[in-house]
Design a protein around this ligand. Structure first.
Ligand code: TYM
Length: 334
C-alpha cells in the first residue's frame, strides 16, 4: 500500500482538515505494514496558484508541517516533506499536461468556484492545479489517497489522467489511486453557515476552529456557532434539514470516535445550551494537547525544517524511477 496526500499551505489548519484528512493520515501511518509507505506533503506549489507573500508562504509551510507533527505524523515512519523541494512533482506535472484535456479541467468545481466570473484574470496555475495534484499522486504510484469529500473530483481527474496516459503510451505505468474519504467527517461545515464547508479561506475566523486556537477561543467559537432553538432528537436522521445542528453532532461524533446516532441518543431532548459546552469541552480535550505540542514546535523551526529536508530526500528517491519511466514512455530518454 502506498498512501499519498497533501495540504495546501495557505492559512491555518482547521478542524475540517484535521477530522477530514489528518486524523486518517495518522491512523494509516499507525496501521502501516512492512513494505507500505505513507507520504504526506505540504502543497506549497499549489499555494502559488494565487498571489502569495513569500515570507508568509514560508511561515505557513513551516507552521503546517509543525501542525502535522503535533497531530501525530511521525517523520521517521511517514515521509513528510514540502512539494517544492521535490522537483519530480513539477516535472511530472508538465509531462501530464499533454494528457489532461481542457474540457476535463473546465468541469472542475474548484476552478469554477475560485475563478468565479474572472476566468480571464485567473492564473494559468489555478486552471491546471489538478494536473499538479495528479502528478503529486502518480509520481509515487499511490494506491490510496486519504482526503475530504471536496477533493473527490480532483481524485477522479487523477484517475482519468492515469488511464489516458497508460492507454496513449501503451505502458501500464500508473496504478489507479483510490480515494479514501473519511466516513466520520467527509465534510465539516462552517460554524456560521451549515451549507458552506469549513475553509481556510473563509474571511470569518469564527467560522472555523483553527488547530492553533487556545481553549477559550475554541469554547467561544462553539458557544457562538449558529444553531436552531430546537432540542436534539433521538435519531440522527431526524436532523435532516437542520444543517448547523447536524454539523455540530458530526463534529462531536468524529472527535469522540463515536457514531452520530450514539451522540444524539446521549443528548436527546437537550438543547444547544447543554450540547455546545459539552462539545467545547470535548474539543479542548482532543485539540488542546495538539496545540500545546504545536506551540513548542513553532519555537523550534529548525527541527521542523530538518524533518522536511529528510522527507524530501526520501520522496525524491521514491519518485525517481517513476519519473524516468514516464520520460521513457514519452520518448524523452535519448
Ligand atoms: P486542502 O489544503 O484544501 O485540504 C487538505 C485536506 O483537508 C480536507 N478538508 C476537509 N475535510 C472535511 N471537511 C472540511 N471542511 C475540509 N476542508 C478541507 C481536504 O479534503 C483535504 O484532504 N488540493 C488539495 C491538496 C493537495 C492534495 C494533493 C491532496 C494537493 N495535492 C494530492 C491529495 C493528494 C487541497 O487543497 O486540500
Amino acid at each position: 500500500m502506498r498512501v499519498v496526500s497533501g495540504i495546501q499551505t495557505t492559512g491555518n489548519l482547521h478542524l475540517g482538515n484535521y477530522l477530514g484528512a489528518i486524523k486518517q493520515w495518522v491512523a494509516m501511518q499507525d496501521a502501516m505494514q512492512p513494505g507500505d509507505d505513507c507520504l504526506f506533503f505540504l502543497a506549497d506549489l499549489h499555494a502559488l496558484t494565487v498571489a502569495q507573500d513569500p515570507k508568509e508562504l514560508a511561515d505557513n509551510t513551516i507552521g503546517m508541517a509543525a501542525t502535522l507533527l503535533a497531530a501525530g505524523i511521525d517523520p521517521d515512519r511517514s515521509i513528510l516533506f514540502n512539494q517544492a523541494r521535490v522537483p519530480a512533482h513539477s516535472e511530472l506535472c508538465w509531462l501530464l499536461m499533454g494528457t489532461a484535456r481542457m474540457g476535463w479541467l473546465n468541469r472542475m468545481t474548484q476552478w469554477k468556484d475560485k475563478a468565479g466570473k474572472n476566468r480571464e484574470g485567473a492564473s494559468a496555475g489555478l486552471f491546471t492545479y489538478p494536473v499538479l495534484q495528479a502528478a503529486d499522486i502518480l509520481a509515487y504510484k499511490a494506491t490510496h489517497v486519504p482526503v475530504g469529500e471536496d477533493q473527490k473530483q480532483h481524485l477522479e481527474l487523477a484517475r482519468d489522467i492515469a488511464t489516458k496516459f497508460n492507454t496513449d503510451t501503451g505502458v501500464e505505468l500508473f496504478p489507479l489511486p483510490d480515494p479514501l474519504i473519511s466516513a466520520a467527517a467527509p465534510r465539516i461545515m462552517s460554524l456560521r453557515d451549515g451549507t458552506a464547508k469549513m475553509s481556510k479561506s473563509d474571511p470569518s475566523d469564527m467560522s472555523r476552529i483553527n488547530l492553533i486556537d487556545d481553549d477559550d477561543t475554541i469554547a467561544a467559537k462553539f458557544r457562538k456557532a449558529r444553531t436552531d432553538p430546537d432540542p436534539l432528537p433521538d435519531s440522527f436522521d431526524a436532523l435532516e434539514g437542520r444543517a448547523e445542528a447536524k454539523n455540530l453532532v458530526t463534529i462531536y461524533a468524529a472527535l469522540a470516535d463515536a457514531t452520530p446516532q450514539s451522540v444524539v441518543e446521549q443528548y436527546a431532548g437537550q438543547g444547544f445550551g447543554t450540547f455546545k459546552p459539552a462539545l467545547a469541552d470535548l474539543a479542548v480535550t482532543v485539540l488542546g494537547p495538539i496545540r500545546d505540542r504545536l506551540t513548542r514546535l513553532l519555537d523550534d523551526r529548525d527541527s521542523v525544517s530538518a524533518a522536511l529536508a529528510k522527507g524530501a530526500g526520501r520522496a525524491t528517491a521514491l519518485a525517481a524511477p517513476t519519473l524516468r519511466s514516464a520520460q521513457e514512455a514519452l520518448g524523452l530518454q535519448v
